[in-house]
Design a protein around this ligand. Structure first.
Ligand code: NCD
Length: 313
């Protein structure tokens, strides 16, 4: 594997392998000094053309814990503002000696395009509405650990609720959850579903009350207000009344059920309940696990095969 551009290209076996590798990384992260020399001498550049808090910091933390050098490209202070083309920007940064680009962009397909222009590995950290493969990995890893499912998700019922249409997280998660054996239900109004669900391994519901007391995992998506340019829901209040997680609905979750959200949350819209008062919330674990799975991805792409043993100097 040279690049990570979409989750399906990893394959089911590759997915399982990365989840196993994430277990090793999680073990490193529990040490008093959570750092190993595995990627010493490698350089990882984060190239974020769109706002991000957790994904960018999580990749940078992951790279540092493996002893890679990191560079951060910040669009607002770069020559992109002087009109430099994307290709010139990539070639300029690559000329400094780069082993991996971690790319987030508002347009689908940009990480793939960049992979044609450079010898370095390219990791998709979210492109438009298309894919967010490391989010799918960290979500699978979180379900696997929280519900103790090391062998797969057979028999698990997962509902993904909200703005599926604009969500790259949903596109990557559906494939990954189904590949591991889960039943996936999408819960959204028609206007927030993709125009066609042909080939999606899912069923569909149109009200959160249809699923809330039945599922093992309730995955809440953010209303992607910055990607919505038309009135797709009558009002946010109406949206919350049919698709929001309210305290009443939280009380109807099964005892063992977990609640997930990729962040950032819209409090009072899809999350009309304080997650700190939800016993089943694993939202903080998702963030913690994000570092371990991104270490696994970086190690898989850039590791020299010399293993993970040893302490970093
Ligand atoms: C997601 C993203 O940016 O795709 N957030 C994230 O990476 N944690 C989801 C979102 O923006 O709603």
């Amino acid at each position: 594997m040279k690049h990570l551009l979409s989750i399906d290209e990893v394959g089911t076996d590759g997915l399982r392998h990365l989840l196993d590798l994430s277990d090793h990384m999680a073990e490193i992260n529990r040490r008093p000094v959570p750092k190993v020399p595995a990627l010493r001498g490698k350089t990882v550049v984060s190239l974020f053309f769109e706002d991000s808090t957790r994904t960018r910091l999580s990749f940078e933390t992951a790279a540092k814990r493996l002893s890679a050098d990191t560079m951060t490209f910040s669009v607002s202070t770069s020559s992109v503002n002087k009109g430099e083309s994307l290709r010139d920007t990539i070639e300029t940064v690559a000329a400094m000696g780069v082993d991996a680009f971690v790319v987030r962009h508002m347009s689908s397909g940009v990480p793939w395009q960049i992979s044609r222009w450079t010898e370095a590995s390219v990791i998709n950290a979210g492109d438009g509405w298309h894919e967010h493969p490391t989010q799918a990995l960290l979500d699978c890893y979180t379900i696997r650990t929280a519900l103790n499912r090391p062998d797969g998700f057979e028999g698990l019922h997962i509902a993904i609720v909200g703005d599926i249409k604009h969500s790259r997280v949903a596109r990557s998660d559906v494939w990954a959850f189904a590949a591991l054996g889960a039943r996936v239900t999408l819960v959204a109004p028609e206007t927030l579903l993709p125009p066609s669900l042909d080939g999606w391994p899912v069923d569909v519901a149109h009200h959160i009350d249809d699923v809330v007391s039945k599922v093992d995992v309730l995955y809440m998506l953010r209303m992607q207000r910055e990607r919505i340019h038309e009135a797709l829901v009558p009002s946010l209040r109406e949206y919350t009344s049919r698709f929001g997680l309210t305290p009443d609905r939280a009380g109807r979750l099964r005892q063992h059920a977990i609640v997930m959200h990729p962040g950032p949350m819209n409090r009072g819209v899809e999350m009309a309940v304080d997650p700190s008062e939800l016993p089943g919330s694993v939202i903080a674990q998702q963030v913690t696990n994000g570092v371990s799975v991104r270490m696994a991805v970086l190690f898989q792409l850039l590791g020299s095969g010399s293993g993970l043993a040893g302490e970093a100097s």
